[in-house]
Design a protein around this ligand. Sequence first.
Ligand code: DAH
Length: 340
Amino acid sequence: MTLQEYVANAERLERELAERLATIDPATRIDAVKGELRDWRAQLDQLQKSITTVPPDGRRDAGIALNRVRKRFDDAMHAREAAAPARTSDATADLTMPARHPWRGGRHPVTLVIREIEEIFRELGFTIALGPEAETEWYNFGSLNFPPDHPALDAHDTLYLGPGTLLRTHTSPVQVRTMQRWAPPIRILVPGNAYRRDFFDPSHAPMFSQIEGLSVDEGVSFVDLKATLTNFARRFFGTARTRFRPSFFPFTEPSAEMDAQCGVCGGSGCPTCKGTGWIEILGSGMVHPAVLDAAGIDSERYTGWAFGMGPARIALSRYAIPDIRLLYDSDVRFLEQIAR
Ligand code: DAH
């Protein structure tokens, strides 16, 4: 573009601006004015870009012409802004209306429980480890000592993604992934989602959060398991009593489930604890040597203990919530009573 053409373009834009401004009602709000002139602004920006096509000895004058248009525009906008009616004189604003409450976000009850559990275990030297939710059959079952077609698989109504891959049915596969990556001593806490083909009922959800714990070192015994988990329960539930019951998991031997006294009824029996006075808190046990071997850890030298718990179930007893579905309905009227 020659200098002459460039200056002519700038002058044309300047004329066009004056014509268009004359047609816009002076009472129009500034953002609406700018909106109406958007295509004009685009032309101005385009003109600025095309300055590089002007021969170098003409660029200075081209720049002066461009800046004059730009200044016309800025001045016009400032003048309009100063003249625009103040918002309070807007006839539709009712100043006697109560102010609208600012919307404050809060953490979900299950997140609150997870954070609190993390904090207690962090003080005991545990770090957070994470793993994938789309998992292989081997990590989810095989490495954890589930024999193929074993009845224990029935408890895990699995959602398969394809041959050999699935949505993890528990956070336990992260035990193996962690042991493959790091040498003992290992102390990890694994919060995360797990999935099962379960019905949505008062105590089940097809997607739910779990927290896995794992401690592996030389000389670790069931004493460490019981002492640590009892300490945790005392910290988390206050004075609530706990009890251990023998149980079975393919990946632990021996296995135990820990119950805490029901927080809703205080142990006298109610629908939340199905009349027993106790709430199941977690499954636990000594890591099976086959699991250590599968992860490449010397099971002659090292031992470990592990646990898995459901923070949503724990939130039910902590906050005396009668139905797990309340936690997943996203009804703010319910959630805001607990969220912090
Ligand atoms: N993975 C088990 C489940 O989802 C829970 C569990 C039990 C985890 C015992 C453990 C454990 O680490 O030792 O049912």
